[in-house]
Write a protein that binds this ligand. Structure first.
Ligand code: RET
Length: 288
């Protein structure tokens, strides 16, 4: 039994729960799939950028940067997972290797990726430069405050519910502020989208809410109990949230700017879309 004051310094529940071989392997698998997917999609986004009109190319390139950054961070989590447990008496035991696991690195990584993900929106919506800069900064400020207050709060998850919940609520206030700023950017995006594509920013709004909303659930989860199932479920939630809020989100934005590129007369984009109704239409308008 670990004394309470020592336990508090162990940060995350991963360090106080023993895992069955099944739980341990599932955790390894989840982390491996996460970093593998992120690294692989660097190639997708870099090659995709060639089909985009120059003004939108940076949208796909930023996704590639996010993939590299998240991939490295998740690879670190996976290695740490492996280093933190040792197989003793039929269970995978934490701390057995003198190493502690932490989810805090994720928050460090979000500090880089979240402002980039948000900045992709006004670029994809082709907002004017001054508006784009203003919106990017106005979204980044509550986003960073949300992440850093959450980072502090999550150190309370081993039993210090006051720290977890008070900072969780403060972080949620910044999240609500962020949601208001994102809504403003999306509204500008709806106004500035070609008529054929207005459904895209509208859907991106709901997609944003559904996928970013998974993170606070993962944050609160340890309150359900210190069990192996909670440990594994939380890694799964993080993984689903990561793949959807970064990777699939990047694919959606890239497909949107590919269509915009075609509608604005950029030939490689129209050719890439030739088999879709939109591409065929653009090609016929251009008289190809
Ligand atoms: C925290 C703390 C608890 C309250 C809230 C949170 C929100 C976190 C979010 C994170 C999004 C991360 C993304 C990462 C991509 O790389 C900090 C967990 C509201 C929304 C999109």
């Amino acid at each position: 039994m670990i004394a309470g004051n020592v336990a508090e310094h162990l940060g995350n529940i991963e360090n106080i729960v023993s895992l069955t071989p099944g739980q341990y392997t599932t955790g390894s698998l989840i982390l491996m799939v996460s970093y593998g997917a992120h690294f692989a999609f660097i190639l997708y986004f870099l090659t995709m950028s060639f089909s985009l009109a120059p003004r939108y190319r940076i949208v796909a390139i930023l996704s590639a940067v996010v993939m590299a950054s998240a991939g490295l961070s998740l690879l670190r989590e996976a290695t740490l997972w492996q280093d933190s447990y040792a197989f003793l008496d039929g269970m995978y035991r934490p701390l057995a290797e003198g190493e502690t696991f932490t989810n805090a690195f994720r928050y460090g990584n979000w500090t880089i990726t979240v402002p980039l993900l948000l900045t992709q929106l006004p670029i994809a919506f082709a907002l004017s430069r001054p508006d784009l800069h203003r919106r990017a900064i106005r979204m980044a400020i509550p986003a960073l405050l949300m992440i850093w207050t959450g980072l502090y709060g999550q150190f309370g998850e081993i039993g210090n519910w006051t720290q977890l919940n008070v900072w969780g609520v403060i972080s949620t206030v910044f999240f609500v502020w962020l949601i208001v700023e994102v809504r403003g950017t999306i509204t500008a995006g709806i106004a500035n989208s070609p008529p054929q594509l207005v459904a895209w920013p509208k859907n991106i709004w709901w997609y944003f809410l559904a996928t970013w909303g998974l993170y606070p659930i993962a944050y609160a989860l340890p309150q359900l109990g210190f069990t192996g199932d909670v440990v594994v479920t939380r890694q799964l939630l993080y993984s689903i949230a990561d793949i959807s809020s970064k990777l699939i989100y990047g694919v959606i934005l890239s497909r949107y700017v590919l269509r915009r590129s075609a509608l604005e007369g950029y030939a490689p984009a129209a050719e890439a879309l030739e088999t879709s109704p939109l591409g065929a239409k653009v090609a016929s308008v251009r008289g190809d």
